[in-house]
Design a protein around this ligand. Sequence first.
Ligand SMILES: [Zn+2]
Length: 353
Amino acid sequence: MAALGYILDEVFVHHRAPSGHPERPARAEAVRDALTAAGIDARGQRVATRPASDDELARVHAPDYLDELAIAVPGQSGWLDADTYFSPGTWDAALAAAGSTVQLTLDVLHGRFAHGISVVRPPGHHATRDRAMGFCLLNNVAVAAAAARAEGAGRVAILDWDVHHGNGTQDIFWNDPNVLYLSVHQFPFYPGSGAPTELGSSRALGATVNVGLPAGCGDAEYAAVFDHVFLPKLGVFRPDVLLISAGFDAFQHDPLAGMRVTLAGFAAMAQRLRAAADRWSAGRIVAVLEGGYDLDGLGGGMTAVLSAFAGPAEPLPAIAPLPAHMVARAAIEGTLAAHRNAGAAIPDPTTAR
Ligand SMILES: [Zn+2]
């Protein structure tokens, strides 16, 4: 079994941005160039892209919405909302982003690869069941999670470290106790959702976990969120496959957001999730590109993911301390309290290991 499968393809460059738009083809090229320089072709196997099928899309998107996109988007240019453009190459890119992420996830689920990296655009996590928004048309990671469930995964976890809350992914799985959605994001910030009290519907209470950090947080605060909230929850939930909504806009130089995560910080997050997947998910982990608008943050961040996934298995690192930053600490404690009060307590980090 090849250790790593990956998606890298020119089709994603053909989703052409209006002049000055941050979600631009150079993002995919920067990740491609960085992964190529890091030797990804010798460390894994490229998986051919394919479009998502109608059935795959219909598991998470409304029929009327899919019909609307299929009429408006192919071969044309325009806007679906104030942020979300399309160009003549967009429909093929969007279908390939969702379909290839499905394929890679199923390949990992079925043991063809241990791990996966899916470098796609347009991104997906803001797309809801029936609405494009925030540069997103189809919710790639949600379509892949639903495919994994349909193909035999009992439980799927989606961990979203993009600096924006993945409102679309949260909405799509709001009522589903078998898909765990974990997000750490700048808060308050676009798109406005992601409060700690958003926990999932009554039949899925605790399967949505939100940690909203204040602007200015960096590696120490993110490590604390992972060690005190996300890893203990993953240790209880034990997903059959772990998907990462891997945006790199929490990077310290990102032009759209206000976080201070370094490339070492992304490496630490990726290493923790690799170790968590090794421990609780038979190693099955797939990172899917979301946002990130600084080209060095994108290239360096995804290279850190490659290193974590393609390297040897490592144990979980020592538990990071709760942050000295009082607002960040209060955010973590607020999330833990919300889950405890709802009867879905997240265990202490020491008992989870
Ligand atoms: Zn983002």
